[in-house]
Write a protein that binds this ligand. Structure first.
Ligand SMILES: [Zn+2]
Ligand SMILES: [Zn+2]
Length: 257
């Protein structure tokens, strides 16, 4: 069972060290991880959420084995194409998770978007960004946390699937299927009923259009978060009839759990 979304020392916001992950894996036989450090080019705060690939492989290659693979969480944005393509073509990565963290060059987690947009406009803008990024970077293996915007929304019960976004959601799902990109079940908010239901709705549409696979990731930044919510993720994958997979050397492998 792979946790395919784990941040350690090369992610500036992580409290988890690689040694703790190794310790965890030794104590929890059958559990495996893919390290996915943040690679966000041109992040609004210089030097944050970025790492040197050569340094990373120099330091972490010795840890790579069948229980610990080396991937990356690539921050998708419509500019910085040259740098992003260099990551996407770097054959040293086992797995590339593509995630949208910025909109209009602004960090979604800290963006004061409500000064500019109302809730509906914000969701449309966010999903347009995702669609543009998938069109630009179809090489990604899986699309990370589709519901990212709702983590940081001003509204408690914020939803990204609303009448105004249905058409966009359809286009995103169609593009994911066409480009053979998986969808991530990010377990960070899976315990929240509204978040679970929206993800379920999204995955149901993905399945209807021909999607087959999901990855499951905790988005851990501490050891207590590793594999959190995985039984709920499994229940969700079973409900929507999608197969859980992981990636090794950029090849999709069915994860049997
Ligand atoms: Zn992310
Ligand atoms: Zn992450």
């Amino acid at each position: 069972m792979f946790d395919t979304h784990v941040h350690t020392g090369f992610s500036c916001d992580s409290n988890l060290e690689i040694e703790e992950v190794i310790d965890f894996l030794e104590k929890n036989q059958g559990k495996k991880v893919i390290i996915t450090e943040h690679m966000d080019f041109k992040f609004p705060v210089k030097g944050l959420f970025i790492f040197d690939k050569d340094e990373f492989f120099e330091e972490y290659s010795k840890y790579r084995n069948e229980n610990l693979l080396l991937g990356v969480e690539l921050g998708l944005r419509t500019d910085c194409e040259y740098q992003a393509k260099k990551v996407l073509s770097d054959e040293r990565f086992d797995y590339i998770l593509g995630s949208v963290h910025t909109m209009d060059g602004t960090d979604i987690a800290n963006g004061h978007f409500y000064d500019r947009y109302n809730e509906e406009e914000l969701m449309v803008k966010y999903l347009e960004t995702i669609l543009n990024c998938i069109n630009k970077y179809p090489e990604i293996d899986s699309l990370g946390h589709i519901d990212f915007i709702t983590r940081y929304s001003a509204k408690e019960d914020s939803k990204f699937i609303i009448p105004e976004t249905l058409q966009l959601i359809d286009s995103i799902v169609e593009k994911l299927v066409e480009k053979d990109i998986c969808v991530e079940i990010n377990t960070r908010r899976i315990h929240v009923e509204n978040a679970y239901n929206e993800l379920r709705h999204f995955l149901t549409l993905y399945k209807e259009k021909g999607g087959k696979y999901v990855t499951v990731g905790s988005d851990s930044h501490s050891d207590s978060a590793l594999f959190s919510g995985f039984s709920t993720a499994k229940k969700l994958a079973d409900e929507v009839n999608l197969q859980i997979v992981y990636y090794k050397k950029r090849k999709r492998i069915i994860d049997g759990w």
